[in-house]
Write a protein that binds this ligand. Structure first.
Ligand code: PMP
Length: 360
């Protein structure tokens, strides 16, 4: 068996111990004689899995009791509609910050349900920074303020959360949930597709303040109403059982590593290895303003398209895959989520150093 270093933006690398446990438990999950994929979602064994998954994410993120944790389907993209359908029901207005392709999709969807005010945008500079946000920029009557806490494609993250006063802050945390500490109390709602730091695609985690549930507009499809899932403990219909099971294993892995404080320190150190190299390189350059750099997704470029292509194919030959940048930025992007081992980052930086020597 040979495993590569997978720098994919998502679905992305999973922790090896998680995959090993899943393999061991595949045919006979803890004496049930079935795999998790084959068991009823109403069975005691699965009830234990989903309850443990919820308890673990609550513990890891410090989620208070007055917040619900929901395991949903439809990806973060479904949340682009669920958020406005459920929350844009007071003034019918919401403030959005445009920091990339995913923000734009969230904005386009929300516009179908109410008045969207784009309070700031970094589009003019290829989303290479996070706009300065001050409290006076937000509508005090808005139903919520929406941000994308980490921009997967452009490699930016909010170094600081915006101050929105009484207006609930909603964050698409798909690409940096569980990577750094956040005070959940600062948010009205957090959502994340699983396929970066949580587990396989198929489950979407929503953490939402309970008082924000129950005000969905009348036309809201039952499955799009947070209340439906909150009332049923995410078991209104068949949930993505296997994805939830792997998520539970990932949460256990994070806990064993020392929780989010520990993983944040590891992530910062891994990212610093790459940024330190980029900042001192005469050949490679980072594309993001230093203050707003993501510790999960690191885009970088070489001076020509030919060199970019050569770098990417050379990396693949050395067992480092999925380094091609998104077409809107070009060059390369290294996604170094929680499960990317430090060794993988060291191998990447070593290769970059050698590439630089050979091409300078
Ligand atoms: N938001 C962000 C920040 C993302 O990175 C992605 C996917 N990569 C999405 C939303 C869309 O997620 P999904 O594919 O789960 O709908």
């Amino acid at each position: 068996m040979s495993r590569v270093y997978n720098f994919s933006a998502g679905p992305s690398v999973l922790p090896e111990p998680v995959l090993e446990t899943a393999a061991e438990e595949m045919l006979d999950y803890r004496g049930t004689g079935t795999s998790v994929m084959e068991m009823s979602h109403r069975s005691p064994a699965f009830k234990d899995i989903i309850d443990s998954a919820e308890a673990l994410i609550r513990e890891l993120m410090g989620i208070p009791e007055d917040y619900a944790v929901l395991f949903l389907q439809g990806g973060a993209s479904c949340q682009f509609a669920m958020v406005p359908l459920n929350l844009m029901t007071g003034s019918g207005r919401a403030d959005y910050v445009n920091t990339g392709a995913w923000s734009k999709k969230a904005i386009a969807e929300a516009k179908r349900y109410g008045t969207v005010n784009v309070v700031a945008s970094s589009e003019g500079k290829t989303f290479s920074y996070i706009p300065e946000l001050t409290r006076d920029m937000f509508d005090p009557e808005a139903d919520y303020v929406h941000i994308t806490s980490n921009n997967t494609i452009y490699g930016t993250r909010y170094a600081q959360l915006p101050e929105t006063g009484e207006v609930p802050l909603v964050a698409d945390m798909s690409s940096n949930i569980l990577s750094q500490e956040y005070d959940v109390r600062k948010f009205g709602c957090i959502y994340a597709g699983a396929q970066k730091n949580i587990g396989p695609a198929g489950v979407t985690v929503v953490v939402i303040r309970k008082d924000l549930i129950g005000n969905a507009r009348d036309i809201t499809p039952t499955m799009f109403n947070y209340q439906t899932h909150a009332k049923a403990g995410s078991l209104f219909n068949t949930p993505p059982c296997y994805s939830i099971y792997i998520a539970k294993l990932v949460f256990e892995w994070v806990k064993k590593l020392g929780g989010i404080t520990a993983i944040q320190a590891i992530n910062e150190e891994k990212a610093a290895l790459v940024y330190a190299f980029l900042d001192n390189s005469p050949l490679f350059s980072a594309t993001v303003e230093p203050r707003d750099r993501s510790i999960m997704n690191i885009p970088f470029v070489l001076p020509t398209d030919d060199l970019n292509a050569e770098f990417i194919s050379g990396a693949a030959n050395r067992g480092m895959i999925n380094l091609k940048g998104h077409r809107s930025v070009g060059g390369m992007r290294a996604s170094i989520y929680n499960a990317m081992p430090r060794k993988g980052v060291v191998a990447l930086v070593e290769y970059m150093k050698n590439f630089e020597i050979e091409n300078s």
